[in-house]
Design a protein around this ligand. Structure first.
Ligand code: FAD
Ligand code: NAP
Length: 512
């Protein structure tokens, strides 16, 4: 590692001795410096080290406005997928407890949920993952710096510790994988001051109580879903539609189920202000945009789930000429994750147009490391990325939505096979299965290639993962019918699907 370079004047290229040293010798401290130790950055740095590269990774977490902070591993591990899925599991168990009576379990006394027991368990597990990542970096000989990184030039990274200690690292290639952070809405007084985001909710020591969740995409619906599931009064405030970009018929099934499950919805409503009352409650004022009327209610917590944005300004990219999308603040990247400046790469949530998902960040990071190490030329394929929304009724999908398929192929060019089915686990428990549904969208002509597959029901992620392979391999409708089902499962419904939407026939599955 290069020696410290303190004082602003030393940053001038001609004055900074380490830059001169590097230019004279052509040597760098590292082959690769990765800024950001989240899903993507860790995968990239570990892979590169395994291929014999000298690697350093910087990871630094600015506390949230509410003061929440966490350890190594990025969004997914600390304030995303992992704590979210565990809290979703807590909620599913609540439903299972209700079902259990019907299956003969004698549970004495009222069943209630204790937030702090759940939060302790989840937070301890997350801490174990933070530790695991540190150990793995050490084992793989990746230098880990708990420091905030910014770029000095295309080969030089400035790292700053919490205490203000500065370190300079030079590298042949620099990779930026700094992800994003939750946004607060503009022009809503009190929003940031009194509100929580997904950066806080999983680290609360006590229950958020009656909660207003603003937003209607993945984060909002998943959080409102598990809050409802553990018995909290939860309302989702939707300004336009739910799950924008997803198949809208499926989005409707997800929200219909949530409403029946107990989540309240304030449709076509926009928040106006948040005031803290003397009782400590938060009074939210909002406008119903369909009637123009103003409403108020008091909540224990307000959770903003209105999207995420990168903190790209602090990275010093503008002075290097790294091209950003001015609207999103994300870095413009090519298919090989290169930026507009040679030797600087970016991927994961900070990459413009990339899916904001952990598996894509991990895969893209590994592939980039292999290419930079000269071991491969394989590019990340961002087509047909499967995903699942972990709402009370889970929704998994891969490929195109029905709306997008029709936009691309015309409604006459698309055949939609569909089925309303009843999961076996719902039967004895007498659970309503009205929203359990499957649809397979195919090209209408030729071999009827599958364009999209959508599933709501138990274990949607597990179901969708397998079909994602088939779709990736170019599966057709006849491949699906040639596939033998596994009985009794929900996934087998896909192998029997035969009713087309066009036929208008009843798509309810009856019998085995
Ligand atoms: P991140 O994981 O965000 O990592 C970036 C890291 O860089 C962070 O640790 C950050 O603190 C650090 N950093 C930032 N700036 C600097 C700097 N200047 N110097 C040093 N370090 C810096 N995806 C799924 O696939 N499945 C899910 O179920 C899922 N659930 C989610 C639930 C929630 C509530 C949220 C918010 C997201 C969820 N995601 C999920 C998305 C997933 O978490 C992200 O897509 C993924 O973490 C992106 O990885 P990344 O490496 O690009 O960035
Ligand atoms: P998002 O997908 O960008 O959605 C933001 C939501 O907030 C939209 O419903 C939007 O409504 C609404 N909104 C924005 N500004 C608003 C305002 N001022 N007032 C009211 N509503 C407002 O953001 P996200 O849910 O935070 O998710 C971020 C990313 O994380 C996702 O793209 C996803 O890839 C990833 N993620 C994945 C998972 C998973 O894999 N299960 C889970 C969570 C997150 P409009 O539609 O009207 O704009």
């Amino acid at each position: 590692m290069a020696a410290f370079c303190r004082g602003r004047h030393r940053w001038k290229r001609t004055n900074c001795w380490h830059v001169l040293t590097r230019n004279l010798t052509g040597k760098f401290d590292y082959d690769l410096v990765v800024i950001g130790g989240g899903s993507g950055g860790l995968a990239c740095s570990k892979e590169a080290a395994q291929l014999g590269q000298r690697v350093a990774v910087l990871d630094y977490v600015e506390p949230s406005l509410q003061g929440t902070k966490w350890g190594l591993g990025g969004t997914c591990v600390n304030v995303g997928c992992i704590p979210k899925k565990l809290m979703h599991q807590a909620a599913l168990l609540g439903t299972a407890v209700k079902d259990a009576h019907k299956y003969g379990w004698q549970l004495s006394g009222p069943v209630s949920h204790d937030w702090s027991t759940m939060a302790d368990g989840v937070q301890n597990y997350v801490r174990s993952l933070n530790w695991g990542h540190r150990v793995q970096l050490n084992d793989k000989k990746v230098k880990y710096l708990n420091m905030k990184g910014s770029l000095v030039d295309e080969h030089t990274v400035r790292a700053l510790s919490k205490a203000g200690k500065e370190t300079i690292l030079t590298a042949k290639n620099v990779v930026i994988a700094t992800g994003g952070r939750p946004k607060f809405p503009a022009n809503v007084p009190g929003a940031a001051e009194h509100g929580l985001t997904s950066d806080d909710i999983f680290w609360l020591k006590k229950s958020p109580g009656k909660t207003l969740v603003v937003g209607a995409s993945y984060v909002a619906l998943e959080c409102a879903g598990f809050l409802t599931g553990i018995g909290l009064d939860s309302t989702v405030m939707v300004r336009s539609i739910a799950l924008r970009g997803f198949d809208q018929q499926m989005a409707g099934l997800v929200t219909d189920y949530m409403r029946a499950y107990g989540t309240r919805f304030a449709w076509k409503c926009v928040p106006k202000r948040v005031d803290k009352l003397s009782s400590g409650l938060l009074q939210v004022t909002w406008t119903d945009t369909s009637s123009g009327q103003e409403h108020r209610d008091a909540y224990d917590s307000v959770l903003w789930a209105v999207g995420r944005a990168p903190e790209s300004k602090v990275l010093g990219l503008d002075k290097l000429g790294v091209q950003l999308n001015p609207e999103t603040g994300k870095i413009v990247v090519a298919a090989d994750e290169s930026t507009s400046v040679p030797n600087i790469y970016a991927f994961g949530d900070i990459g413009e147009g990339r899916p904001e998902l952990t598996p894509t960040a991990i895969k893209a990071g590994r592939l980039l490391a292999r290419r930079l190490a000269g071991h491969s030329s394989e590019l990340m394929d961002y087509d047909n990325v499967p995903t699942t929304v972990f709402t009370p009724l889970e929704y998994g999908c891969v490929g195109l939505s029905e709306q997008e398929a029709e936009r691309r192929h015309g409604s006459d060019g698309v055949e939609v096979y569909h089925a309303f089915y009843k999961p076996l686990e719902f039967t004895v428990a007498e659970r309503d299965a009205s929203q359990c549904y499957l649809k397979v969208i195919c090209e209408r002509g030729g071999a009827q290639k599958i364009l999209g597959l959508h599933f709501t029901g138990p274990n949607a992620g597990e179901v969708t993962q397998g079909f994602a392979l088939a779709v990736k391999c170019g599966a057709t409708y006849s491949h699906l019918l040639q596939t033998v089902g596994i009985h009794p499962t929900c996934a087998e419904e896909a192998t029997k699907i035969s009713i087309t939407k066009r036929s208008g026939l009843d798509a309810t599955v009856t019998g085995c």
